[in-house]
Structure formats: structure tokens, C-alpha cells
Design a protein around this ligand. Structure first.
Ligand code: NDP
Length: 243
């Protein structure tokens, strides 16, 4: 019998991360999710996955400088293996360069870039051939269509560079690493009825917001053996925003 496969989804309590966690559970993975503060939402995601007949557990993100690596080590200790890492947790600061604060720069780099690198570094030490690393970037990593998003765009662009380089390192080990670049997706971070939503819709070819499930289906595909030949790629799912 094949051992049960295990996936970690950071920021899996709500939004895109919760949808990815559920999709991977439906694909047969046992699931670890992390969250920041919302234990109620994290418990609800765990309950939905458990109802699918899979094992699931939520981990509150730590705050030390090595917390991202420690999360991975803890999950491997608890679940016994690691097959797929989805780095989804992220924040979206909105500030023009003239208004950005040092605290904003540090917090955004820390979660959107540094944590992704630390999680990847720890995860690959446990993965076997067929391992998958899936990062959630943004179409704003390639295009910044309005003011106030330079910091966010810079962090998401960094993920493109990271996957291209890391794919070279990990290819010989049979591990793939890719970044999914969503456009506007209806979540608490970017509600379809929010203040800037109509402006965003104006940038799209398909003029409606995407759903978390649109990103989850791409993550599900990337976690499957059928995607074996895709690595170092930025896969844009953005309703045509970057077209
Ligand atoms: P949400 O704000 O709706 O959800 C964020 C999730 O991340 C929550 O589960 C939250 O936990 C968790 N989180 C926040 N900080 C941390 C942390 N330090 N450690 C662990 N988990 C954390 O975001 P979305 O679902 O909209 O976005 C998910 C990803 O997709 C992000 O990387 C975002 O940049 C990207 N993205 C989103 C787009 C959109 O339009 N929505 C478009 C392009 C990219 P808690 O519930 O505890 O707060």
C-alpha cells in the first residue's frame, strides 16, 4: 500500500489557501494548514477536510525569525512525511512609495518572500522524487496597473525569480517548483464588492472576479503526477489582467 501523501498549505484558514487545502484533500492528501490569528476559521477548514475523510491539523504561525522553518519541521514530525508545500500566506500593503513605512517594507518582505524561502529550504530536505512546491504570487508580480502597489508587486515578482533559480537546483532531485499568479479573486483580502473592485474589473479581459476555486484547481493540477514536466514556471490565472 502506498503511504498517505501529505501537503502543507500556509494561510489555509481562509480565502485561496482554504480552497487549495480542500482541493488537495479531495485529491487524497492529508493536510496541514497554518494561520495567523483566526483560529475559528482555521478550525472550520480542518472540520471541512476531516468531513472528507482526510486527516487535517491547523498550526498557528510562530513569530520568531526561524518560525517558517520550524512550522515545516513540526508538520513533518506530526505527519511523518511531506509531499507538497503550498506557500500561500501573504499580505497586501497598499501605499505609494512616498508613503511607505519601514515597518510595512519589513513585514511584507518577511511574509511574502522570506518565509517562502525558509519554508522551501526546510521542505526540500524532506521531499522525495515527485515532491511539489507551489507558491502563490500575483499577476501584479508582472504588471502594476495602478499606483500604490510597488511593495506588493516587488515581493510577488521575487517569487518568479526564486522559482526559476530553485527549479535548476531541484530538478535533478525530481522536485518541481512553480508560482501561480492570480488576478483579482473574491476573498477577504480583495472582496468583489470592495472599494477598488470596479477599477480592477476594468483591467480584466473576463470582466468578473475569479473565485478561490479557480486558483485551487491550478494548484491541484500542479500537485499531480501529470504536471511532472512543469517547473520554474509562472502560471498566470488572472482573467486576462496581464494580457
Ligand atoms: P486572505 O487575506 O483572504 O487570507 C489570508 C490567509 O493568510 C488567511 O488564512 C490568514 O490567516 C493567513 N495569514 C496571514 N498572515 C499569515 C502568517 N503570518 N502566517 C500564516 N498565515 C497567515 O488572502 P487571499 O486568500 O486573498 O490571498 C492568499 C494569497 O493569494 C496571498 O499570497 C495573496 O497575496 C495572493 N493573491 C490574492 C489575490 C486576491 O485577489 N485575493 C490576487 C493575487 C494574489 P488568518 O485567517 O489567521 O488571518
Amino acid at each position: 500500500m502506498t503511504a498517505q501523501r501529505v501537503a502543507i498549505v500556509t494561510g489555509g484558514s481562509r480565502g485561496i489557501g482554504a480552497s487549495i487545502a480542500e482541493a488537495l484533500a479531495k485529491d487524497g492528501f492529508d493536510i496541514a494548514i497554518s494561520y495567523a490569528r483566526n483560529a475559528t476559521a482555521a478550525d472550520a477548514t480542518v472540520a471541512r477536510i476531516t468531513a472528507l475523510g482526510r486527516t487535517a491539523r491547523a498550526y498557528r504561525a510562530g513569530e520568531g525569525t526561524d518560525a517558517a522553518r520550524e512550522l515545516i519541521e513540526q508538520v513533518v514530525q506530526d505527519f511523518g512525511r511531506l509531499d507538497t508545500l503550498v506557500c500561500n500566506a501573504g499580505i497586501y500593503p497598499y501605499a505609494k512609495v512616498q508613503e511607505m513605512t519601514v515597518a510595512q517594507v519589513d513585514a511584507t518582505l518577511d511574509l511574502n518572500v522570506r518565509a517562502v524561502m525558509l519554508e522551501t529550504m526546510a521542505a526540500v530536505t524532506h521531499m522525495k522524487r515527485g515532491g511539489r512546491i507551489i507558491l502563490i504570487g500575483s499577476t501584479f508580480g508582472e504588471r502594476a496597473p495602478f499606483p500604490g502597489i510597488s511593495l506588493y508587486s516587488a515581493t510577488k515578482a521575487a517569487l518568479g525569480g526564486f522559482v526559476r533559480g530553485a527549479a535548476r537546483d531541484l530538478g535533478p532531485e525530481g522536485i518541481t517548483i512553480n508560482v501561480i499568479q492570480p488576478g483579482p479573486i473574491d476573498t477577504d483580502m480583495n472582496p468583489a464588492d470592495g472599494a477598488g473592485a470596479d477599477m480592477l474589473r476594468g483591467f480584466l479581459c473576463m470582466p468578473e472576479y475569479g473565485k478561490p476555486a479557480d486558483i485551487a484547481s491550478m494548484a491541484s493540477f500542479l500537485a499531480r503526477p501529470e504536471s511532472d514536466n512543469i517547473t520554474g514556471a509562472a502560471l498566470t490565472v488572472d482573467g486576462g489582467l496581464a494580457a
